[in-house]
Design a protein around this ligand. Structure first.
Ligand SMILES: *Cc1c(COP(=O)(O)O)cnc(C)c1O
Length: 358
């Protein structure tokens, strides 16, 4: 601690990302990256990029990237805001829309960056418990909230809600900003992007880190009505005119123009997920109905921290969240290649064999 630290710096508890090991021989299923390389068109666009152009600033408003995203969704480019990873987009969300006397809410089990930002920006928040089956209970949310934030599918449970449920929420709470974090939506859930033209209280957040295999490029997106997107632009242009570097914009444009790769990749991952889900259940593990690129599973009679350590001994990194306590014995396992997942199943079998029957 330095005596120069601000009160915020002293008091904040930073988010802890999953480990990025130097040892490449570990099977890395701990941060929900895509196990496959990005579209060959992305790689080609990066390889053929005129590198000397990095002497010039990038497009400040990422217009070409916005056009590529808008074309993919059949919307206007003015309704798209790109940022340096969706984590940055979420940080701008807090600055653009929340005051210190607003109350916001999100599920008690969800992406753990939401409470971190709430504390960083000093925004009062409530964490509303999921039901026992890990579904979101919107009836339990207070009225007069400035915003409700949730991931769909939710993290780390993988459970998705339907567009009808989202639309009902938008209608029931016209004065609450409904923020749907769709980091995993491309793996089988329904995107709420088509609703942005009809609801001025909807913001959708997406990332290219998972379904487009570009975690290392840091590209996130917000979608909303023009007035909401202008809120993001006002904050971005008061912080850093150029949050999206030239290579990130180049990669993002190529990614959105290659729908064939996108569909093939996500269907492959969904297929692997469903196969491993069925195998784990057949072995007796509890597994949620994940619609994302990870499985959320619990091995009966095995503590989460023990299972995590046993996986690591076997050279596999997965994730375990200690709080809240009711998910402490669950593991979040990213969906890897079929070969990697075969190893996961071997390790689960081994763990179960050494565990006395319940
Ligand atoms: C991975 C993830 C993000 C962050 O994505 P980046 O674009 O890599 O910053 C945001 N929200 C959820 C729910 C995530 O799982």
């Amino acid at each position: 601690m330095s005596r120069f630290w601000s009160n915020t710096t002293k008091n904040i508890t930073p988010y802890v990302p999953g480990e990025q090991p130097k040892n490449k021989s570990l099977i890395k299923l701990n941060t929900n990256e895509n196990p496959y390389p990005p579209s060959p068109r992305v790689l080609e666009a990066l390889r053929s990029y005129a590198l000397s152009d990095v002497k010039l600033y990038p497009e400040p408003e990422s217009d070409t990237l916005r056009e590529a995203v808008a074309e993919f969704y059949g919307i206007s480019k003015d309704l798209v805001f790109p940022g340096n990873g969706s984590d940055e987009v979420l940080a701008f969300l807090y600055q653009a829309f929340f005051n210190r006397d607003d109350l916001i809410a999100f599920p008690d089990i969800t992406y753990s960056f939401y409470p971190v930002y709430s504390k960083l920006y000093d925004i009062p928040y409530r964490e509303i418990p999921l039901r026992d089956d890990f579904t979101i209970d919107f009836e339990a949310y207070p009225q007069d909230l400035k915003a409700i934030i949730f991931a769909n599918p939710n993290a780390p449970t993988g459970i998705a809600i339907t567009l009808e449920e989202i639309e009902k929420l938008l209608q029931q709470r016209p004065n609450t900003l409904i923020v749907v974090d769709e980091a995993y939506v491309d793996f089988g859930a329904e995107s709420a992007v088509p609703l942005i033209n009809r609801y001025d209280n909807l913001l959708v957040i997406q990332t290219l880190s998972k379904s487009r295999a570009l975690a290392g490029m840091r590209i996130g997106l917000a979608f909303g009505c023009r007035e909401l997107i202008m809120g993001f632009e006002r904050i971005k242009n008061s912080f850093n005119s150029y949050t999206m570097d030239r290579l990130a914009q180049t990669a993002g444009i190529a990614a959105f123009r290659d729908k064939a790769w996108f569909d093939e990749n996500r269907y492959k991952i969904m297929k692997t997920r469903e196969a491993v889900k069925a195998e784990l259940r057949a072995m007796g593990a509890a597994v949620t109905e994940s619609m994302s690129n990870f499985l959320f599973a619990s091995i009966p009679g095995v503590k989460g921290s023990d299972a995590l350590a046993l996986f690591r001994e076997e050279g596999i990194l997965v994730r375990n969240f200690k709080s809240p306590a009711r998910i402490a014995d669950w593991l979040r396992i990213s969906v890897g290649t079929d070969e990697q997942m075969a190893r996961v199943l071997e390790v689960v079998k081994k763990i179960m064999e050494r565990t006395p029957n319940q």
